[in-house]
Design a protein around this ligand. Structure first.
Ligand code: TZD
Ligand code: CA
Length: 526
């Protein structure tokens, strides 16, 4: 009989999980022994960066990805980054090493006491196999749970299990496949189509799942049939709709009262592929205006169950879009033209206004560029200037945990070689995932990091005003030079001072990672 390790490697290979993002320790080494040549181990220097890179890679490829972390300490370091993977419904399969079983109770060094409990609030499934021969099946469950529930999973494996001999009941798992089909039945489909067709003023709200499921263009077809306004749901991890499309009204503000105000006058709000809703700032009010009905269609059963209002149908939004497009009459009038971006605002003094930077990105970079964005105070400038019309153009850390932008951009670029990728990262955010620069340099990942340096935690200054805290300490971050930090990790970099220089630098297409630092003026998120 082969070893548990051999069967597990074979399973991962058959399922296509051969790119492994990790940072190993002694407990993990036995899993990495005899790794077949078809595997690629992408080393990250800190677990936050490891998970951020794996998240970007999994989102860009649309596939589950294996993450290899060290016991409790490595898993703990990864948890902040996992909050974003939860919000973006990323199927990460985290495998961590554990002490041998007999050493866990006495708490030998590197024993992860109650390992599944450590991760449970974040992952949808966490386990430690009860014996070595259950490892291949448990690994398969970790992959399938992540794939079906679209949420990270966690498996803790005592390190001596890998060398143990498999038994014959370990082998059937190699041939397994698990698939999901969630098309509404005929009656559900008729009912929904009837509700939508009967609406006088329907509004559409789209979530990140629309883009991650490859439905970006289908959503445009549906919207143009409906002819009503389209919003992106609050706090989303992807852009589900072209942001300069004539029907697009922007990202819904993340507060109860302003969301309700946006729906004023609509008898039906159809939400596709989003939770209802991921509010942020507490702005109390009625959830919905009087006379507005909400229908949520999502593949995420938990998002349907926890919503505080509305009807929900747990189904594949793609199947629902298809049936609605078929059932609805073609529109009588054209929806109009895409809206041009306004002239970018400028700043006083030597610093560039973020709008100038974004206008330069929009004009100098190819239309299919994928942007990974983590610059919190520049949100309104971003949406005023950008013109994103292609699927997979925008990634954002939707749980608000900083440290995704830089690693996420590395992961997206590795997952979609050939597509231009730009990370737009603030001088605060960059520090949480900075070590990903090293991985980008080692793998020569073609990628541009545009580092916006305003010398402060801009968004927190703005929040300070909103929350009546004008005098909080610890909000400024002077004295950081990212060109020198990047050079230290092996990434060539430039400090750009003028808009013409920025445009010229962005027009270059290097085949390696680079960092472009720009000094920017402070702006507000909205
Ligand atoms: N730590 C982590 C892991 N996530 C966070 N979101 C924060 C702290 C708090 N935080 C924000 O929510 S925004 C922000 C912090 C520190 C400032 C980010 O600064 P930046 O962007 O330079 O990246 P702006 O544009 O200057 O706001
Ligand atoms: Ca900043």
């Amino acid at each position: 009989m082969p070893s548990v390790r051999r069967v597990s490697h074979e399973f991962l290979q058959r399922q296509g999980l051969t790119t492994v993002f990790g940072n190993p320790g002694s407990n993990e080494l036995p899993f990495l022994a005899e790794l077949p040549g078809s595997f690629r181990y992408v080393l990250g220097l800190h677990e936050g960066a490891v998970v951020g890179m794996a998240d970007g890679y999994a989102q860009a490829t649309g596939r589950p990805v294996l993450v290899n972390l060290h016991a409790a300490s490595g898993s703990g370091n990864a948890m902040g980054a996992l909050t974003n993977a939860v919000a973006s419904r990323t199927p990460l399969v985290v495998v961590a090493g554990q002490q041998v079983r007999s050493a866990i109770g006495p708490q030998a060094n590197l024993a992860n006491v109650d390992a599944p409990a450590l991760m449970k609030p974040l992952v949808c499934w966490a386990a430690e196999p009860a014996c070595a021969q259950d490892v291949p099946r448990a690994l398969a469950q970790a992959v399938f749970e992540a794939q079906l529930q679209r949420r990270p999973t966690y498996l803790s494996v005592p390190y001596d299990d890998w060398a143990a001999e498999a038994d014959e009941n370990c082998l059937p798992v190699l041939d397994r496949s698990v698939r999901l089909a969630a098309t509404p039945d005929a009656e559900q489909g008729r009912r929904l189509a009837g509700q939508v067709a009967a609406a006088r003023r329907p509004a559409l709200v789209l979530g990140g799942d629309i883009d991650s499921a490859g439905l970006f263009d289908d959503a445009v077809r549906l919207a143009e049939r409906l002819g009503g306004p389209v919003w992106a749901a609050p706090s989303q991890f992807r852009l589900p709709f072209p942001n300069r499309h004539p029907l697009f009204r922007g990202v819904l503000p993340a507060g109860i009262a302003p969301v309700s105000r946006a729906f004023e006058g609509h008898d039906l709000v159809l939400v596709l592929g989003a939770p209802v809703f991921r509010y942020h700032e507490y702005l109390p009010g009625r959830y919905l205006p009087e006379g507005t009905r909400l229908i949520q269609v999502t593949a995420d059963a938990s998002a349907a169950a926890r919503a505080p209002m509305g009807e929900a149908l747990v189904a594949d939004p793609g199947a629902v879009i298809e049936l609605l497009v078929k059932a609805l009459d073609a529109p009588k009038t054209s929806v109009g033209d895409y809206r041009p971006a306004p002239e970018p605002l400028t700043a006083e003094g030597p610093r560039l206004h973020p709008e100038q930077v974004f206008a330069a990105l929009r004009d100098a970079l190819p239309r299919d560029t994928a942007y990974v964005v983590e610059s919190t105070s520049t949100n309104s400038s971003w949406w005023r200037q950008m013109d994103l019309r292609r699927p997979g153009s925008y990634y954002f850390p939707a749980a608000g945990g900083l440290g995704f932008g830089l690693p996420g951009a590395v992961g997206v670029a590795m997952g979609q070689p050939g597509r231009p990728v730009v990370g737009v990262v603030g001088d605060g955010s960059a520090n949480y995932g900075i070590t990903a620069l090293w991985t980008a340099a080692q793998h020569r990942v073609p990628l541009t990091i545009v580092l916006l340096r305003n010398g402060t935690y801009g968004a927190l200054r703005w929040f300070g005003g909103l929350l009546g805290v004008p005098d909080a300490p610890g909000l400024d971050i002077p004295g950081l030079d990212f060109t020198r930090v990047a050079e230290g990790y092996g990434v060539p970099s430039r400090h750009v001072t003028g808009i013409d220089e920025l445009r010229a630098v962005l027009a270059e297409r290097p085949d390696h990672p680079r960092l472009v630092q720009v000094d920017t003026a402070l702006t507000t998120p909205s």
